[in-house]
Design a protein around this ligand. Sequence first.
Ligand code: NDP
Length: 247
Amino acid sequence: MSNIQGKVVIILGASSGIGEATTKKLAQEGAKLVIAARREDRLKALVETLPDAEISYAVADVTKKEEVQAVVELAVKKYGHVDVLYNNAGIMPTAPISEARFDEWRQVLDLNIMGVLNGIAAVLPVMKKQQSGQIIATDSILGHVVTPGYAVYCGTKFAVRAIMEGLRQEERENNIRSTLISPGMVDTELYTTVNDPATSNWIKENAKIPGVGLKASDVADAVAYAISTPDTVAVSEIMIRPTKQVL
Ligand code: NDP
């Protein structure tokens, strides 16, 4: 039997792209799911495509810690415990630093970094009490390398990598596994969060090309693998690129 069957999994940022594909994959594998994001219509439609799954949804903005806390409480109330928290919500505004886009900087730091910390803070007391659990975050190849125009986004993903490694070291004695998923370009709706039209359009068109962009389901398979290993085996990080990606 798969080590996913029956596990209680929370996915933050589940309404599209990688989060949606992971919801479908884990539902297929028999996980009990609590999914969240801001767009209720998309969450509801996703749940309706999975009539045989044990799944519920909650509307939550990950930048609001009370809303993230409420999602964890919903899972605990329903199932009594939480096996996995997947911090996946993120955006990718791009621009040279010289443009000094303060509002965008604040927004991406708040979502990509504080969103992850809000998730960790909400679930950690539950997992410490259980003396078991797994916290996963979607990082990026851009959490390992930097490229012009993406410096601030890269900064958020470098930060997530540092936080997840610190979490691993601090919580390993509590049997809490920490896993970083670092994909290259994936064909999702992330391009809609890129404000520069030329870059947004380039990503939209190129991410669809096999070998240039991954499918969201390719990343979902990696997440499922990290969950499926025995509880004594911590998959700390998976880097997954489309074959033709340079960086
Ligand atoms: P999508 O835009 O398709 O999905 C992003 C998800 O995050 C949506 O479910 C969205 O839901 C949710 N989200 C955004 N803002 C918030 C918020 N404030 N509160 C709660 N949820 C929020 O893109 P991806 O699937 O590509 O993105 C998922 C993750 O993968 C991100 O962290 C991204 O940085 C990372 N990544 C993506 C890559 C790519 O090339 N696509 C490559 C490497 C990493 P809603 O709008 O309904 O709230």
